[in-house]
Structure formats: C-alpha cells, structure tokens
Design a protein around this ligand. Structure first.
Ligand code: AFP
Ligand code: FBP
Length: 327
C-alpha cells in the first residue's frame, strides 16, 4: 500500500539529516510503535471485543475503562522491556512509576486519549513525551523539567488508518500503518502547519461556562468576513489527538479553555499539552495557555491541568489577544 520508507528503517539507518537512527531514542520510538501496533489492532476489533465498561477511576477522577488500563499496560510493558525508561508519568497511574532505575529517559504518556469514543467506534489516540533524565535526581522533587526540554514527542491516531506523528526536535514526520505488513511507512515527511486556517475546534456545549474573552473569540470565528474566510467551520470529536491532527494538516485552532466547570482547563500539561505543543511548534505553529507559551511551563505535579490554545500561529496569537485584551 505504502511506498514511503518504513519506520524501522528510518530508526535504524542514518540517511541525510536523520540523526536519530541507531540511537537509544530511536529504540524508545520502536518500543512505542510496537505497543501502538498491538493497541491499534485491539481498538479496531470494535465494541463487542473492547469491553469498555468503567472499572475504576484515575488520579483526575475520570472513569477508567478496561481499554484505558489495557493501553497503559501495553505501553508500560514495552517501555520496561526497552530498559530505557527511568521514570514514567501516565494519565492512568496515580503515582510516578520507576521502570528501569538507571535508564536515560523520563517519559510521560496518555495511553488512550479520547477513550470514551470507543463505544461509538470513533477515533482515539495515544500521546507520548520523552525527556533526558537528570544525572543526579532529587527524589523529593517532581523530576520532569519545563516542556521545552523535551527531546521527542509524538502521538498515534487510531482513525480509519493508524498514524504516528512525531518530532525528535528536527521537524515533524507522519507515518501511516500498513495493516497487512504491520509496518509504519513515512507518508507525511516534514509536516508544516498552515499559518492560518478556517477550522476551529472547541467544546461549545460549555459556552455559558466560558469567560467573556473566550465567548468573544467564538463570535470572531463565527462572524462572516470574506478576507479571513469566516465563518470558520467547527469540528470537535472529543479526542484531542484527532482534533489536533486535522488542525495540523489543514490549519486552524484547537481550544480547551478554562471554564467555570474546569477553572484550570481540563487537559493535562505534562502528557497531553506539552507533547502536542512541541509537535505544533516544530511544524511552525503555536501553543499557549492564553498568555504563556505551553513549552515554558513546568508541571508542579504530573496530573496538573492547563488551558490550551494551539494551532496556526496567526490564529493562536489573535485568540490570546481577544481572550485576554488587557495583557
Ligand atoms: P478521555 O481520554 O478521558 O476520553 O478525555 C479526552 C480528552 O481529554 C481530550 O481528548 C478531549 O479533547 C477532551 O477530553 C474532551 O473533553 P470534553 O468532553 O470536556 O470536551
Ligand atoms: P463531506 O462528505 O464532503 O466531507 O461532507 C460531510 C458532511 O456532509 C457531513 O458528514 C458533515 O456532518 C457535514 O458535511 C459537515 O458540514 P459543515 O462543514 O457545514 O459543518
């Protein structure tokens, strides 16, 4: 089906600008992709086989489905086997986990993003983020530094096709899974997000709970204007990875702002917003919490939440100005 270079080859053989091949970081990406191929095949079996019923609750008080826990276990096992992950922060694990005591990387994951979509056979994703572990660690402190210190980040999108989109700090690459060979192939080399766009993605069901600034920006998106291509089209799937993937390819803006329901926003800084912010910035876009760059923030704890505005640079800048005009 695909003629692009395979992920295994990309990670093993240095060619041109590819400095990743053969490094321990490449082995971490291989571990992630192996787990995601297995998860993709389980996700694609459909509702009958998924057993999506809630079984427990995570650290943020959200119901954990059996599929969330299975995804968590798949990534933990693959990382443990790689021997390369010292500390793991996962949405589905209350505490930080030590996987390999002297290993070189700190890793943060959202094993199954948008898992409530499983019931309706809609897209889901997995998100990951990799940091160099410090030479010496103060075990009383949260070990993850600010988001700009990430050395790699990526996501898997389980949609009609399964995709891997990642950056190791030198551009963004998209790979598509060939189901017959179970191999990822390079399908989107050097991804760049359009500087502007005509999609906006936000849960407008919370409109009455948003601040005046956010309401003003929604009106901006909806107001007809020939020059800027407004009204923009609204798209919202309930899976951050799926919504952000469309914005990355077509341009536009994704917002999960603060509301009276979620005063700090809903999304988690460490394993949702920072990895996606690195990808979007590497593709030429922007990611802020409304006033500050997401990558300049450092999570005080692994499950910290933040508002998120991300996508095409011009729209994210404009949204910040409309939402917080005094700043
Ligand atoms: P789950 O992973 O618990 O399904 O949450 C998905 C998510 O964190 C993110 O992927 C969506 O953008 C967001 O929640 C949707 O939340 P709302 O239903 O509040 O819009
Ligand atoms: P396409 O088949 O051209 O993608 O159109 C899709 C569609 O007919 C519906 O699936 C969808 O609900 C609707 O268009 C979206 O339209 P709009 O962009 O006006 O929200």
């Amino acid at each position: 089906m695909n003629s692009g270079q395979t992920l295994s080859r990309f990670l093993r053989e240095s060619t041109g600008q590819n400095t990743l091949a053969g490094t321990p970081l490449a082995s971490v990406l291989e571990a992630f992709s192996g787990a995601a191929v297995r998860l993709s095949s389980q996700v694609s079996q459909g509702r009958q086989l998924l057993s999506t019923a809630a079984t427990s609750y995570n650290a943020s008080g959200e119901a954990q489905q059996a599929l969330d826990l299975r995804a968590n276990q798949l990534f933990i096992s693959a990382l443990k086997e790689s021997g390369l992950c010292r500390t793991l922060a996962s949405e589905e694990s209350q505490e930080l986990l030590t996987l390999n005591k002297d290993a070189p990387y700190l890793i943060a994951i959202d094993p199954l993003d948008g898992s409530t979509n499983a019931e309706s056979n809609l897209p889901m994703g997995s998100i990951f983020s990799v940091y160099q572990a410090p030479a010496k660690e103060d075990i009383s402190k949260m070990p993850f530094p600010a988001g700009k210190e990430q050395i790699a980040a990526g996501y898997f999108l389980y949609g009609p096709a399964t995709m891997l989109v990642f950056t190791a700090g030198h551009g963004v690459h998209g790979f598509t899974l060939d189901r017959t060979t179970q191999e990822f192939h390079l399908s989107h080399p050097g991804l760049k997000i359009p500087h502007a766009g005509s999609f906006y993605s936000i849960n407008e069901g919370y409109y009455s709970l948003f601040c005046q600034g956010t309401k003003r920006f929604i009106h901006y998106c909806q107001y007809p204007d020939y020059e800027t291509g407004r009204p923009f089209s609204s798209r919202y799937s309930g899976a951050l990875v799926a919504d952000l993937h469309r914005i990355l390819l077509d341009g536009g803006i994704f917002l999960y702002p603060a509301s009276s329901k979620y005063p700090q926003g809903k999304l988690r800084l460490l394993y949702e917003c920072q990895p996606l912010a690195l990808i979007i910035e590497q593709a030429g876009g922007r990611a802020t919490n409304g006033t500050m760059r997401i990558l300049d923030l450092q999570a005080a704890n692994q499950h910290q939440r933040t508002p998120l505005l991300t996508g095409s640079a011009s729209l994210v800048t404009l949204a910040g100005k409309i939402i917080h005009p005094a700043l």
